[in-house]
Structure formats: C-alpha cells, structure tokens
Design a protein around this ligand. Structure first.
Ligand SMILES: Cc1ncc(COP(=O)(O)O)c(C=O)c1O
Length: 383
C-alpha cells in the first residue's frame, strides 16, 4: 500500500494476541469466547482483526449488523459469526443462508426464522433484558419461551444472553451487575434441560470476575470488546492491580512542515491560539476527517520523540498544528519526524493512551477508538 501521506493506524497483532491469551489463560473453563469485532473492530479494521482472531482459535466473533457479518465472511473468515442486532424477514433469510448465529430478542424474530428455515435446524441465542432496557425478552417470558423451544424441530437454543449495563460495579455484591446475573441465572435454571451456555461477560465483567477470583471456574461465556484492544474501564470497589494489557492501535503521522512564528502571531482557523513567545509550530497531516476530534483543539497532545507536545489552534479537517517550542529547546526536530496521536512507540511502551484522549474529550475510550476514519490506512505490525 502506498502511504503518500504517511499517516496510518498501526495495528499490533502481537499485542492483540497478548490480550486474548490473557483472557484464555485466566478463563480456562469458559465455553464461549466471542470477541466483539463490530464497529470495524472498534476502529482497528474488522477484516484484519477477524482474521487474526480466527487464527487464535476464538470460538466465535461478534458483530452488530448482518452487513458486518457478510463483509467478514466474504473476506474468508470461517469462525462462526454471531449477529447481535435484531433482524426482519429479509434479515432472517440472509442469516439462515449464510449460517450466521442470530441473537433473538423479539417474538417476531422467531417467526421470521421459522418462516424461512430450510431442512437443517439452526442454532439461536436468546437475549434477555435484565435491566439495560435496550434489547431482549422480559425475564418473565422465560417459561413461555421455553415452551416454544423445548421440542422445537428446527430452532436450537444454544445460548442465553444478557448484557451488563454497568459492569464497573461487578465487585459490589448487591450492585447492578450481580442483580443482572441473578436474573439470567434464574432464566438459565428454567432452560436447564436444553443445556444452553450463558454469555454475559463484557470487558468489565471479565475484569470483575478476575478480581473476584472467580475466573478460573467461570462457566459464563465471554464477549470482550475493549479488553482485547488493550484497554479497560476502571473498576469500582477495588485497589487490586488490573490485568496488564497492551493497546493494539497506535495512530501515527509525521511532522510534514515546520514554521517559526513570532510572539503575537495566531495559528489555524479563527486564530484561537496566539503565540505567547516566538514559537516553533509543526504541521501534522491528520485532522478531524480522520477521527481526531476537533474538541481536542488547544487541549490535546501528541507524542514527538517520546515527549508530549500540545496541539495548538483549531484542528482542521486534514491537519493539526503542534507547538514544538518546548521540545526544540532540548532536541532538534526536523521534517518527517514521527508523531504519535495515541498509542505506543517502537519499544511498545504506551506513551499516550486512547483512554487519556477520551478523558480530555470527556468521552469514553470506545468512542475515541471507533472514531478513527476509513481514510486512515490500517497497517499491520507483528513486533
Ligand atoms: C452485546 C455486547 N456484548 C459485548 C460488548 C463488548 O463490550 P466491551 O467493549 O465493554 O467489552 C458489547 C459492546 O458494546 C455489546 O454490545
């Protein structure tokens, strides 16, 4: 691939493997490991990540859309794909035709599947709403659903599903997460004769279960997203060390030009930054069209030569400017010097996390990662 702009997202597959291995080692009994590759694999590039995860022998891959499942399957990925978003009659046909595993959350969806199913029975996962109030059957409907499925000739309930809406409180015994688990366990006992697995644990649930020291025995299925990409949300009620993970994505660019400006001169649109002293400004060819949020104008930082340098002036669609004055008082920076927007340097030491960027933006790490646009080429690294 020609990188005329020299701006790219480095996707470190060794770090991905490190994070997945951490999960596998610590959850040996879990019957289901379904990393989430929806949202372009949290911005990392879904084909790259899905292929790499397939080689790591995960049991399933999770997507939101049928479109995402088709895209990944058509790229040659053989690992079973679980489609989490609901579907209509046309969607049911596509799911059956392609052998995807549907998460069924509504009565109509059962009918769509029944109407379109061919000779062979298919596996389905039933989703229950244990408090998120987004998707899933009411837990009070469990008996009625069991009646519908226990001798169903074509639809096999292989799993029961629920989603933690506040996994950070996993360690609080009467907290939201534990109450949700009690509810899904109750449903599981109603379905016990069908022997479904139960998948509940997102990244926070996985870390919570590890900190609770219940991980070695857990029978819950795992659906890690953020964790496999090297980040975690802070857990409540603990000071114990969190797992040591490696961020997979680093956004890299270069100094494409350097300008020396005098005190009092403004930079970028509307001159929202005025030099307080004679300054050295670097032009970096990446902007908000690439997913670097404009709210980082005069607020964010980048890494140059292992040091932080402030973003100054408004971030443009294709560029941002950085004040090098401080760094240049110590070292000489010239054109083409590497710039890291977030991620790690060549030694794989994390210099500026996507979580730190998220804090600056008062948002969450998930949003920072998934914001990285299609215009930024994903370049694989195996270091
Ligand atoms: C149903 C479902 N399971 C698992 C995940 C993974 O969550 P996390 O990235 O917090 O691990 C998500 C993410 O939004 C989800 O929607």
């Amino acid at each position: 691939m020609n990188l005329f702009r020299k701006t790219f997202a480095e996707i470190n597959l060794s770090s991905l493997k490190h994070n997945v291995d951490w999960i596998k080692t610590h959850f040996p009994q879990s019957p289901f490991l379904c990393p989430m590759v929806k949202g372009n694999a949290y911005g990392h590039g879904d084909i790259i990540i899905a292929k790499a995860l397939s080689e790591m022998n995960v049991s399933h891959l999770g997507v939101c859309l049928i479109e995402e499942a088709l895209w990944i399957k058509n790229a040659g990925v053989k690992t079973p794909l679980v489609v989490f978003r609901g579907f209509d009659n046309e969607g049911a046909k596509e799911i059956i035709r392609n052998g995807f595993i549907p998460i069924v959350s509504q009565w109509e969806q059962i009918e769509y599947l029944e109407k379109n199913i061919k000779e062979a029975a298919i596996p389905i996962h039933l989703k229950f709403d244990t408090g998120m109030n987004r998707l899933g059957f009411n837990v009070k409907e469990a008996d009625k659903l069991f009646e519908r499925f226990w001798k169903h000739p074509k639809l096999r309930v292989k799993a029961l599903v629920t989603h933690l809406y506040q996994g950070e409180d996993f360690l609080i015994s009467e907290g939201h997460s534990q109450r949700q688990l009690q509810k899904i366990n109750q449903v599981a006992s109603q379905f016990s004769s069908l022997k479904p697995i139960v998948h509940t644990l997102n990244s926070a649930g996985i870390v919570g279960s590890f900190l609770q020291k219940k991980h070695l025995q857990t029978q819950y299925g795992l659906r890690p997203g953020l964790l496999i990409y090297g980040y975690q949300s802070p857990m409540l009620n603990t000071n114990d060390p969190l797992p040591s993970l490696k961020p997979v994505m680093s956004i890299k660019s270069i100094v494409s030009d350097i300008r020396h400006i005098s005190k009092g001169v403004g930079v970028s649109y509307s001159h929202t930054w005025i030099a307080k002293r004679d300054s050295v400004i670097a032009i970096i060819p990446i902007g908000y069209a690439d997913g670097i949020h404009r709210q980082l104008s005069n607020k964010g930082e980048v890494i140059i030569r292992n040091k932080k340098a402030p973003i100054v002036g408004s971030i443009c669609m294709d560029y941002l400017m950085v004040d090098l004055t401080e760094i240049m008082s110590e070292v000489e920076i010239t054109k083409n010097e590497e710039v890291i927007l977030f991620g790690s340097n060549k030694d794989q030491s994390l210099l500026l996390g996507a979580d730190e960027v998220a804090d600056k933006l008062q948002t969450i790490t998930w949003e920072v990662l998934t914001s990285i646009g299609v215009r930024v080429p994903r370049v694989i690294s195996n270091l």
